[in-house]
Design a protein around this ligand. Structure first.
Ligand SMILES: *Cc1c(COP(=O)(O)O)cnc(C)c1O
Length: 382
């Protein structure tokens, strides 16, 4: 008999909030119509879609009309980067080596399609100097893509300063904000981004739904990824999944109402976890010490094997620098870009916190990690 493992992987996905689930099921029962249809059932479904669109926009301080629903942040990243790039053939695209795979792979696709690609390496603390971005912008640069909150380290980029450089040059700015919603301020009138990717399942909404914010004035031209019906202004054709959109709207509404208080509470738990680990010798915080989102803590442990570390932590659900790149079998490319060597990148853990997490859970997690790290080190002294 053992207690169920403690969940510390909210940056990968969050449990569905029961209030969100209730709203989704209510809409499934009450609104069977196709929101594109002109009959009463269609209108009822459309009303729910538009309410959800307004809620998603509200978290960004944006009008509902700026929100294009997608299947998630991956699709939003693809629509932003491929859509903006293909509408401006032969241009120059700038991004960071620490971006999410959905951004990096879309940028590399553009490169194969004849665009020039510059991938910048951030400083060792994970932040990019806006001046370093300004320095590579040229007359042919069409698009810059920089995430607001990094999904492995939690590092926050200075998007407003990067946006100012882009605006000066007439360059579009795309921001992957999948980890930012509900955790850090996300007002597009402050960030001044042209395109912002969002996901529902990172903030206790349903998986399989997201959105792309597309600035209204000036409205950047985008080439859609799909062709078909004219939904979403022709940018994302296909029958809208009403219950999914209702779920995203409900999750974003909760994030708008309770996000700031929740973020403050998660930040205290994150600090509590770090305090409980930091005095172990050979323990390093990955990413900037202060410019980071409250829900992510990424730590490397010197002198332990990454796989043994993860294997020893049976009571914890946590991501590792080895497992983050599990599909490729490579250590985390994000931690490598921050200058960590292979061994240290492998021997790292990403703890990510979410709604309802408690201090006793954090204390229990820290105790397990300490025990396993010390045991592994005593077996194989450095
Ligand atoms: C999760 C995540 C994505 C992908 O979002 P999906 O909705 O799962 O497709 C993209 N970017 C970042 C930063 C993420 O954390």
């Amino acid at each position: 008999m053992s207690a169920p493992p403690l969940y510390f992987d909210h940056a990968a996905t969050t449990p569905l909030d029961p209030r969100v689930r209730a709203a989704m099921f209510a809409s499934l029962d009450a609104a069977p119509g196709n929101p594109s249809a002109t009959h009463a059932a269609g209108r009822a479904a459309r009303e729910r879609v538009e309410e959800a669109r307004a809620e998603v926009g509200a978290l960004l301080g944006a009008p509902a009309a700026a929100i294009v629903f997608t299947s998630g942040a991956t699709e939003a990243d693809n629509l932003a980067i491929l859509g903006a790039g293909r509408a401006r053939p032969g241009g120059h695209v700038v991004s960071l080596r620490t971006e999410h795979r959905a951004v990096l792979d879309a940028c590399r696709r553009l490169e194969r399609e004849g665009h020039r690609l510059t991938l910048l390496t951030p400083a060792r603390d994970g932040r990019v100097d806006p001046a370093a971005i300004a320095a590579v912008l040229g007359p042919t640069t069409t698009l810059v893509s920089v995430m607001l909150v990094n999904n492995e380290t939690g590092v926050i980029q200075d998007i407003a300063a990067i946006a100012a450089e882009c605006r000066r040059r007439g360059v579009l700015l795309h921001v992957d904000a999948a980890q930012a919603a509900g955790r850090v301020p996300l007002d597009v009138s402050v960030l001044e981004a042209d395109l912002v990717s969002l996901s529902a399942h990172k903030i206790h909404g349903p998986v399989g739904v997201g959105a792309l914010y597309v600035r209204r004035e000036p409205r950047p031209a985008l080439q859609p990824l799909l062709v078909g019906g004219g939904q979403e202004g022709g940018l994302r054709p296909g029958t809208l999944p009403v219950h999914q959109l209702v779920g995203m709207g409900a999750a974003f509404r909760l994030a708008r109402i309770s996000g700031p208080a929740e973020a403050a509470a998660l930040g205290l738990l994150r600090d509590r976890l770090w305090s409980a680990l930091a005095d172990l010798p050979g323990t390093y915080l990955n990413g900037h010490p202060t410019a980071r989102a409250p829900h992510i803590l990424n730590v490397s442990f010197e002198g332990v094997d990454g796989e043994a570390l993860l294997a020893g932590l049976g009571g914890l659900i946590v991501a590792s620098g080895a497992a983050c790149g599990a599909e490729s079998g490579e250590p985390s490319y994000v931690l490598r870009a921050l200058g960590r060597d292979d061994a240290l990148a492998q021997a790292s853990l990403r703890f990510s916190l979410g709604r309802g997490q408690t201090a006793p859970e954090v204390d229990a997690a820290a105790a397990q990690v300490r025990e396993v790290v010390l045991r592994l080190r005593s077996l194989a002294p450095a």
